[in-house]
Design a protein around this ligand. Structure first.
Ligand code: PLP
Length: 652
């Protein structure tokens, strides 16, 4: 098991031990309802008020409202609702109040989404306008100066969650003052708490939302500051808790925990200083530069929080890097956690004008002010492992696979393509390469010193083949005079089939692989060969086999242990990428796993069908790839094939 180094604090942080104790004590000893007038209620009320008093001191807000809620998303809704209700009232009184809802182009999505939502729901009909940022990610003040006189609400975060870029709030305030803007002003302070000095009461900031879980409190607790005199409309009505400002019985465990964090902040004895955090960041920067010599940092360190780094590595996608970091036990993220599931470019980096490729490949590394030197040491060692792993070519010879000679599967966006390699001739033939993988495939060929001999397509759609040709040269289609060529010591033949082509690879009468694209298999063509399709859900099939279903195929950790005890000779196979395996070898219940990347499974399926008889247990990071591997082999009729549900992630 690899030690976990958590460097994704901007997504959420672990909980401070003192906060856990405070929450436990609140649940166990101080469980009263703070609205009750008996002693148990009064004790809970005192606890809540102590937390609020600490909050006021920490954010510099002796006056105004400081109310506890579920987190920043709720705080943002409340602020936006309050501002828009005020706009309606002012308009009804015939007062000028601006017609723009102006928000920084790099705001967390919660801000523009809430603006659009409440503007629609309330029918306020204001115009949403993104305030551009410069290449450093800082607000374009000259544009703010132009727009602020017409703004009803201005939203500018204190520090960005993806890049750590710190806004120049004093300058923004200066502009709002200079042009006597009628705008209300919201500053999302989520990433600033505990990392930047806050003195809200001295500013003209009207609304400031916070989330406890970004600074060692649990999820589900946050707070909203509202300047004294700023318009306020409750989002939630009911029992009148929080003096009618936010109804609903309070999350007392959360408040107690957040209170413990705020008290620790105030005492100044728990978290590391700004200067110490800068040293930690610098050590990580050096480790990253050593591991990835071409690294580009996506935000100027001089203007960023000391706890956030955002970078791209040329030639590596963010999902490549994330998988390698995860395998090395280093938990980082691509852009913001909310959109991590989508490999989309980051709206933050796009707004800063970064090239789309660099934006889509960005990785965020963030830690909290509780970080210790041992974690930074371990992180630097993990980063060095990642650098070595990334340098391993996907096509590097591996103990199990040797030099690429045979078949590599390429998947993207539900499409599957194939690369055939001839190691001796250093040549490659692509069949239906997905367009989204063209750049990556070209990079693999370049790194391995292979030339592209042909980019074939089975059907009418040659977009992927054409993209690969743009990267590597040549034209899509069969470039050879004859209908069959010698390749890699075997034979690759083309057969016209319907409107497209089917390609057969192997011995003349007995093809090992039949590339059919999306078309139905011509049974007599397959002759026991493995059919390689173009649909990533079912990339491989064979006509001769009796497919087996998925019953009891996914095993949880305990079932996997029982299986390994029952079959001591079972093979544990790690289907992660070669580089992920290089960053951190996989073990299951103490058993080392052999690495066979999913992309090479089709090539080796014959071995598992006809040679290897031992039971197979596939594993990967999240369980998705091992599920596909096990399913493919079962569809090919291979019995005694299982996979680990939920992946190695659940074993840590
Ligand atoms: N604002 C910023 C800057 C954030 O980083 C986040 C969370 O990522 C939010 C708002 C939303 O916070 P929550 O999901 O805790 O409501």
């Amino acid at each position: 098991m690899t030690m976990e180094i958590y460097l994704d604090a901007n997504a959420t942080s672990p909980v401070l031990p003192a906060a856990i104790d405070a929450a436990t004590a609140a649940m166990r000893d101080c469980f009263g309802n703070p609205s009750s007038s008996h002693a148990a209620g009064l004790r809970a009320r005192a606890l809540r008020e102590a937390a609020r008093a600490a909050a006021r001191r920490v954010i510099g807000a002796p006056t105004g409202r400081v109310m506890f809620n579920s987190g920043a998303t709720e705080g943002i809704q409340t602020a936006v609702l309050s501002a828009l209700c005020a706009v309606r009232e002012r308009r009804a009184r015939g007062e000028a109040c601006g017609e723009l809802l102006l928000y920084g182009a790099t705001e967390h999505k919660a801000v523009p989404e809430s603006l659009a939502h409440w503007n629609r729901v309330l029918g306020t009909g204001l115009e949403l306008r993104a305030l551009p940022v410069d290449a450093d990610g800082r607000h374009r003040l000259e544009i703010l100066r132009e727009l602020a006189p017409r703004a009803a609400l201005v939203c500018t975060m204190a520090a960005n969650n993806e890049t750590g870029v710190v806004s120049d709030l004093a300058a923004i305030e200066g502009v709002l003052e200079d042009c006597a803007s009628p705008a209300l002003w919201m500053v999302d302070c989520v990433q600033a708490l505990g990392k930047l000095p806050l003195d809200l009461g001295r500013s003209r900031i009207d609304y400031a939302p916070f989330s406890g879980h970004k600074l060692y409190a649990p999820k589900g607790i946050g707070m909203l500051y509202v300047r004294e005199g700023a318009p306020y409309t409750p989002l939630m009505c009911g029992g009148g808790q929080e003096e009618g400002q936010r109804s609903g019985t309070e999350n007392m465990a959360g408040i107690a925990a957040f209170g413990a964090v705020l008290e620790a902040l105030e005492r100044g004895d728990t978290f590391r200083t700004h200067a110490e955090l800068l040293v930690c960041r610098e050590r990580l920067v050096q480790a990253l530069r050593a591991a990835f010599p071409d690294i580009a940092f996506n935000a100027p360190l001089a203007h960023a929080l000391p706890t956030t780094l955002n970078f791209s590595v040329p030639g590596a996608s963010s999902s490549d890097l994330l998988e390698i970091f995860d395998a090395a036990g280093v938990r980082v993220s691509a852009g913001s956690a909310c959109s991590a599931a989508k490999a989309a470019p980051s709206h933050v980096l796009d707004a800063m004008g970064l090239p789309p490729g660099r934006s889509a490949a960005a990785v965020r590394l963030s830690f909290g002010p509780l970080v210790d030197d041992a974690t930074i040491d371990a992180a630097c060692a993990g980063i060095a492992r990642c650098g070595r792993a990334l340098a391993l070519s996907v096509l590097a010879p591996s103990p199990l696979l040797g030099r690429p000679h045979g078949l590599v599967q390429l998947d993207a966006e539900g499409k599957t393509g194939w690369l055939l390699f001839d190691a001796d001739a250093r040549a490659c033939i692509a069949i239906d390469p997905p367009a989204a993988q063209a750049a990556r495939a070209a990079g693999m060929l370049r790194a391995g010193g292979y030339r592209l001999l042909a980019a074939l397509h089975t059907g009418l759609d040659d977009a992927g083949a054409a993209s690969l040709c743009r990267e590597c040269g040549g034209a899509p289609g069969w470039p050879f005079a004859a209908d069959a060529i010698a390749f890699g010591g075997e034979r690759l033949g083309r057969v016209e089939h319907g409107a497209g082509n089917v390609y057969l690879f192997g011995a003349a009468q007995e093809p090992r692989f039949v590339f059919t694209g999306g078309c139905e298999l011509w049974p007599e063509l397959a002759q026991g060969g493995v059919r390689c399709g173009a649909d990533s859900e079912r990339p491989v099939a064979v006509s001769a086999a009796v497919p087996l279903g998925d019953e009891d195929m996914e095993l949880d950790s305990e079932a996997a242990l029982r299986l390994l005890e029952q079959y001591p000779d079972a093979l544990v196979i790690d289907v992660r990428d070669l580089r992920e395996h290089g960053a951190g070898e996989a073990r299951l219940h103490g058993r080392p796993a052999h690495n066979l990347p999913l992309a090479r499974l089709a090539e080796h399926s014959g071995h598992f069908l006809h040679g290897e008889r031992r039971p197979l247990l596939f594993v990967c990071r999240s369980g998705a790839r091992s599920l596909r591997a096990a399913r493919v082999l079962r569809q090919l009729g291979r019995g005694q094939t299982w996979c680990l549900a939920g992946g190695l992630a659940l074993m840590d």
